[in-house]
Design a protein around this ligand. Structure first.
Ligand SMILES: Cc1ncc(COP(=O)(O)O)c(C=O)c1O
Length: 393
């Protein structure tokens, strides 16, 4: 099928909920993808921060293929060696004390689950979230997602969330001094969709102290930052704290849909049969992918590459743009004009990158095994595009 034929069918038979790039991808390998017309791209978008190991990582593909022919699926009503291995490896790589996983299928489900667990553990109901956060589209997570356009149509049925400015521990302290019904604080440690914003480490440490003092669960939504993307398995390790709950998805299966909540010993002890459940969570195919993803990450020491990739991109792009920020392979590039025409012009130069809610920010979410020549191609494309000043592309 040509790109035009594919577009016509998708537009005719899919609900029009997504704004899409005008390309149809048919193949991927490492940090490159190819479209239906044979054009190649370096992929710095990764299917929305998913391709942490690049496209079709061989070990994950092999593990999934092997599992496909053995047992495609069975639910949590039985034990499974594939699930057992994935859970044990996840516990080994997770921060100490967070060795209890609940497997689900997506980031929003992971956040829903974490919010429920926090309520069960504390016996309280209210939630504090940060202005600018994105936590998902299902109703529980949506309640904690900041953007007005996401929440406004559903306001009447969303659980109450108290939003505070990101990075202001005093604002959180004021809410906790006034109310004794707060079950959880949820946050994206790096606000990604908002435009890659991070607070100083002291902010996260203050949240930890406040949660301890007030009996509140601290939930780190690491759907984007987790699984080593910022250089450690959890970004919390870099702040020297341990949340009570961490949510993961996106990179966890290297492209196979899977989410997980990592819970502390104390929270795990408060959970009983029937408190949460999902048919597909923990299925064999996803679990084979999780194990292969984590083994690849560990055996190829890929987390150690995050700082190198970050520094090479930062050093190459800083002279060209207003700001380069973020950590590891989660990078925001702030321009002095609109990002949309630059993104389109980069695509024409063979580079895929992401936008953000911030209209002047481009997001780069490359794999941890991105080679230097791909980064050099990215920098050269930025140089070409910004020199031609694209405002109408
Ligand atoms: C930080 C964060 N949390 C949660 C989600 C929701 O994940 P999913 O789309 O898998 O439901 C996203 C998705 O982009 C995200 O970026």
């Amino acid at each position: 099928m040509t790109t035009a034929e594919i577009q016509r069918l998708e537009d005719a038979f899919q609900l029009p909920t997504y704004k899409k790039m005008p390309i149809a991808l048919v193949r991927g390998e490492g940090c490159r993808v190819w479209d239906a017309d044979g054009n190649a791209y370096y992929d710095f978008y990764g299917g929305h921060c998913v391709a942490l190991l690049g496209h079709c990582p061989p070990r994950v593909v092999a593990a999934v293929q092997e599992q496909l022919g053995r047992l495609l699926f069975y639910s949590n009503v039985v034990y499974s060696p594939v699930r057992a291995r994935a859970a044990a490896l996840l516990a080994e790589m997770a921060p100490d004390g967070l060795g209890h996983a609940f497997f689900c299928n997506s980031g929003t489900e992971a956040n829903e689950t974490a919010l429920k667990l926090a309520r069960t553990w504390t016996g309280k109901t209210a939630v504090i979230a940060m202005e600018g956060d994105f936590h998902g589209r299902t109703l529980g997570s949506l309640a904690t997602t900041w953007g007005e356009h996401y929440r406004a149509p559903y306001r009447a049925i969303l659980p109450e969330t108290i939003f505070v400015p990101f990075g202001e521990a005093d604002a959180v302290a004021r809410v906790l001094a006034e109310r004794d019904d707060v079950a959880a604080i949820i946050l994206e440690p790096i606000q990604s969709m908002a435009g890659i914003f991070e607070a100083p480490p002291a902010f996260y440490q203050a949240l930890r102290r406040l949660c301890d003092a007030h009996g509140v669960a601290l939930i780190f939504d690491e759907v984007q930052t987790g699984v080593g993307r910022t250089g450690t398995f959890s970004i919390a390790e870099q702040y020297g704290i341990t949340p009570d709950l961490i949510t993961l998805a996106k990179s966890l299966g290297a492209g196979v849909p899977v989410g997980a909540v990592l819970a502390s010993d104390a929270i795990a002890a408060s959970v009983g049969y029937g408190d949460q459940g999902t048919t597909f969570g923990g299925g064999m195919l996803a679990m084979a992918a999780v194990t292969a993803t984590l083994e690849t990450l560990r055996d190829e020491r890929l987390m150690e590459r995050a700082a190198h990739i970050h520094a090479r991109i930062r050093d190459g792009l800083r002279p060209l743009v207003c700001d380069v920020r973020g950590r590891g392979c989660l990078i925001g590039v702030e321009l002095d004009g609109p990002a949309a025409p630059v993104l389109a012009a980069l695509r024409a130069e063979g580079i895929l990158a992401g936008g953000a809610s911030h209209p002047r920010v481009i997001r780069l979410m490359p794999p941890l095994n991105t080679p230097d020549d791909a980064i050099d191609a990215l920098i050269a494309a930025f140089q070409t595009v910004l020199a031609s000043n694209p405002t109408t592309a």
